[in-house]
Design a protein around this ligand. Structure first.
Ligand code: ME8
Length: 631
């Protein structure tokens, strides 16, 4: 049997899962489900990354041991995967004893081969990011990645001789164009590899600085660098968690490592060269997808706009959420999550196109054919061909993770059948008894087409798919390899059709009448509701830079940190000098539409009282983290 092995990143347990994590894991789930129905032996792996400084610190902050902390946090991920119908075959934790043993085995092998050596090392260390930077890389004494201060450290450490493999890696990527996808990301990696000297990778941390990690098997004073430990999970899982692992079925190499673009280098460069040094085959593909923002803004804790996937599931359902993530943006590009976008998709694609098609087809068949699937007097060849051909097209798209295109193929069938109904007008055929055969053909074709749609949608929306099949009277569960036997005509005439229930009820964003009544009442007494007030997003900001707008004695151009950087133009220049503003905590309206003042864009407004000659900006009485909402 063909094998298919797909992985997600193993997520850090220092945080609760958000839609970004859900995104990657659903992507892997879609592939796993599709390949199971295609008849392959599938191993779908996800899990958690539990060692390292970040986890140690987070645990300390909660007064727990790192393991106790991890044991609690891991449950959030497991619960989310359950609610999202994730069909992972295994869940790896890097604190698993078996995993740690494989990490040590790999380290020992590389050490004995001379691929790991001990060297003195001096560099700039960023504690939150747990990584060293060189003199050239740091920017004004700060980490080039997160902007936080770095400290100079000198110590002996162990290095994996990664630089040796620079040319081999370039050659490998050139020979295997599908190795890194999408193409833009491959070009980035190639650009990096061709224009920079690859250094060696520091893979140890002295125990005195960090104890929470896998001990080096050849030096007890050190633990393993968390990324080295984490990347090995993809291989270690095949040794003790994969189906048939005990019987030594060889699952390695993986077909797809799905990751976000933030961790492409660690996968494309560190992991690839580690495997080369181990003389192990490389995975077939590493796919780095894009980044989700929320309502146009970066998701961040300080902004308080992190989307809780549990809430999304509660509000819209797991299927609609899964569908939205993969219909809305091309996998590989960045996407924006907003209430209006998800509601728009649910109403137009799911409630309208798909849900209505199912309910009107079943309603007509029940009405005209005594609640059973009618006999099709003849086969609608065009529809049959379209329906049957979709499998191969989906398989091709999904082999390069083009989820959106795969959904487009299914929707071509949805649209075809919707049009087919409008053209054939079954309600008119029903009025003429001599057209009963034709009516049977038309409705059979629609019902059979819907069976194909349900099966094709299964990887994306497993619950809706099963509901669709049930309404079509099909009770057998979806089975492994089902796509290989999918032929037109599988729906048996005479099958009892269930009473249709809406698959995806339409969502009304607001009850317009209610809203209008409330607005009128509020107008009468000149009051606003708490909801009206909440529409104004006020946040704590800190002025990081200010200068005068050229040609104006009133306007200042101010850069404010509100968890992200914003530029604000304010008319306070007659009273405040730019210098005295820097460092001040202020209150900013952060959801104003951007406007231009004397040609300079202002992305918000700061609060101040008074007129331009006598005013005071609103500041805070005590220090509050930037980005905090003012309510
Ligand atoms: O990096 N949009 O774990 P992590 C899209 N432990 N995807 C997002 C996202 C967003 N806004 N935010 C997070 C780690 N992700 C390491 C991985 S693997 C051997 C070790 C997703 O918890 C995306 O897949 O920080 C990203 O790569 C991953 O979460 C990072 O998860």
């Amino acid at each position: 049997m063909d094998k298919f092995y797909v992985t997600t990143p193993i997520y850090y347990v220092n945080d609760v899962p958000h839609i970004g994590h859900a995104y990657t894991t659903v992507a892997a789930d879609i592939l796993a489900r599709f390949n199971r129905l295609s008849g392959k032996a599938v191993f779908f792996l996800t899990g958690t990354d539990e060692h390292g400084q970040k986890v140690q610190k987070a645990a300390e902050g909660r007064g727990l041991t790192p393991k106790e902390h991890a044991d609690q946090m891991v449950e959030n991920f497991k619960r989310l995967w359950k609610e999202l119908n994730i069909s992972n075959d295994a869940f790896i934790r890097t604190t698993d004893e078996q995993h740690k043993r494989v990490v040590q085995e790999v380290l020992m092998k590389l050490y004995e081969k001379g691929e790991i050596v001990k060297r003195p090392y001096r560099g700039w260390y960023c504690t939150p990011d747990e990584r060293f930077w060189t003199d050239k890389e740091i920017v004004d004494g700060k980490c080039p990645d997160c902007g936080r201060p770095v400290e100079e450290l000198e110590e002996d450490n162990y290095f994996f001789l990664m630089s040796k493999y620079q040319d081999a890696l370039i050659e490998y990527i050139e020979k295997h164009p599908e190795y890194i996808l999408p193409e833009t990301r491959r070009n980035e990696v190639m650009g990096f590899l061709k224009n920079n000297d690859l250094g060696d990778l520091c893979i140890s941390r002295p125990k005195k600085r960090l104890s929470w990690g896998v001990p080096l098997p050849f030096d007890e004073d050190y633990v393993t660098y968390v990324w080295f430990d984490a990347l090995v999970n993809y291989y270690s899982a095949t040794r003790y968690l994969a189906p048939g692992a005990q019987e030594q079925i060889n699952w390695w190499p993986a077909d797809h490592h799905i990751v976000g673009k933030d961790i492409l280098t660690t996968h494309a460069v560190y992991w690839s060269t580690m495997l080369m040094a181990l003389e192990m085959p490389l995975p077939h593909n590493i796919f780095a997808h894009g980044w989700w923002t929320v309502e146009g803004r970066k998701m961040s804790k300080s902004l308080g706009n992190v989307v809780d996937p549990f809430e999304v599931i509660k509000t819209y359902g797991a299927d609609a959420f899964r569908y939205f993530l993969f219909r809305e943006v091309t996998f590989g590009l960045d996407g924006d999550f907003s209430v209006s976008a998800i509601v728009g998709r649910i109403n137009s694609d799911l409630a309208n196109d798909l849900g209505n098609l199912l309910s009107r087809t079943i309603t007509m068949a029940r009405k005209y054919f005594n609640s059973v699937v009618p006999e099709g007097a003849s086969v609608e060849e065009e529809l049959k061909e379209l329906a049957e051909a979709i499998y191969k097209k989906m398989a091709k798209h999904l082999s390069v993770l083009a989820f959106q295109k795969a959904l487009d193929e299914v929707w071509s069938l949805v649209s075809y059948i919707n049009k087919y109904i409008d053209t054939n007008q079954p309600w008119a055929l029903a009025k003429d008894p001599s057209k009963k055969d034709r009516l049977g053909t038309v409705l059979y074709s629609c019902l059979e087409g819907l069976r194909f749609i349900a099966l094709y949608l299964y990887p994306f929306m497993p619950e809706a798919s099963e509901k669709m099949l049930k309404q079509l009277g099909i009770e057998e569960p979806i089975s492994h390899g089902q796509y290989s036997t999918l032929r037109w005509g599988g729906l048996k005439p005479g099958t009892a059709l269930k009473k249709p229930k809406p698959l995806f009820p339409r969502i009304e964003l607001k009850d317009k009448k209610e809203e209008k009544k409330k607005v009128e009442e509020d107008k009468k007494d000149n009051l606003i509701s708490i909801n009206d007030f909440a529409k104004v997003e006020l946040r704590v900001g800190r002025v990081i830079h200010a200068e005068r707008v050229e040609g104006s004695n009133k306007l200042l151009k101010i850069k404010v940190d509100i968890g992200e950087e914003r530029q604000i133009v304010a008319g306070i220049g007659k009273v405040y000098s730019p210098e005295e503003l820097v460092g001040k905590q202020i209150v900013v309206v952060t959801n104003l539409k951007p406007a231009k003042l004397m040609g300079v864009e202002s992305q918000g407004m700061l609060l101040a009282a008074g007129d331009e000659n006598n005013l005071s900006i609103v500041t805070l009485e005590k220090e509050i983290p930037v980005g905090t909402r003012v309510k």
